[in-house]
Ligand binder design. Sequence first.
Ligand SMILES: Cc1ncc(COP(=O)(O)O)c(C=O)c1O
Length: 383
Amino acid sequence: MIPKKEHGKELRVAPEGFKTANDFFEDLFLDKNLIWMGQNTNHLHDENFIRDAMIKAVESKDYCKYPPPEGLNELKDLVLEDLGLEDMDLVITAGATTALYYCMSDLLTEEENAISPDPGYLIIDNFASRFAKEVKSVPIYNEECGYKLTPDLVRENIDENTGLIILIDPLNPIGGAYTEEEIKEFAEIAKENDLFLLHDITYRDFAQEHYLAANYAPDNTITVYSFSKIFGMAGVRVGALISTNEVMNSIRQVLIDDLGTNVVAQYGAIAALKSKPEWIDYVKDTTFNNQKIIKEAVDKCDGCFILRYPSDGNMMAIDLSGAGINPKVMSKYLLERNVFTREGEYTSKRFGDRYLRVSYSVPPEDVKVFAREFVDAVEVLRK
Ligand SMILES: Cc1ncc(COP(=O)(O)O)c(C=O)c1O
């Protein structure tokens, strides 16, 4: 017996030698020696504020109780304070992923379309496609638009059925962030056309400068927030969804986690926000400077280039097409040498055969290993 509904989502293919894709990821996850540059996670926290708060929460056995359904008030206030959006409303979620799903499930109707960037974070498109008539994924793989979804591109693609514009800022996988001018223009477009902006600010704190759409079009913006990246808490799954009280009251009707979000993670998140001034410069500057190591290596390789340098995220995309190298072959080669990176297919079906995504919130020594192996790999794999 199989379910009757068709969803159109391709199942993850198991890599060679593994029964399922999950087995492959578990194998990587359990390998303590792997250099972790294949997920945009953060491995630079060498202080223990977050860890200690979570240990204390475990020791108190608070995890025996269900926490308040929308999150601990202290955490909610700290998130709003972090963004300077004290007048807004929010719910704490099990990561930005859950927040994104809530957005799509409440905001999009069956007649509407959503506009998103390609390359981009495909999970968002997938969620949108479950609720909207269409996801218009706009090609942005070119220098002319700066490898990001610009206000001009949005204007070209908008129609009377557009309900949502998806802004990933900075953009996974390329790393472009929006200027204040661009954010203001998006705000105008949203207000003029009476549509929503989904502002996914998962990588905000890595950007040299960052502007919140919520400050320019508060009634039209939903902001998606994550503790996975700058705070280095990907494994405990905590994030938030922020908008006006009116929008949030609508979203409240589609919440799934009625019994709350992991309370140990929430105590960790409180400590993360309170301790932020102690570590932010170190984490941000080390991440940013790691890019130079990669740039020097890529510059040695004819036919390869970094799409946006410097990137405003903790990841970048390296185009390998001029060297005739398939990114899948490159990531497999590097994995055999203990370096985990991601082929472009994970963030774009259309352009994924051109680039490798590399994340670099890891110790500089690890980035140096990547740099060395990458230069060797290009020589070996070049066609
Ligand atoms: C743009 C973007 N949004 C959301 C997420 C998911 O974040 P979380 O771990 O908080 O669910 C990611 C993860 O890579 C991402 O790249």
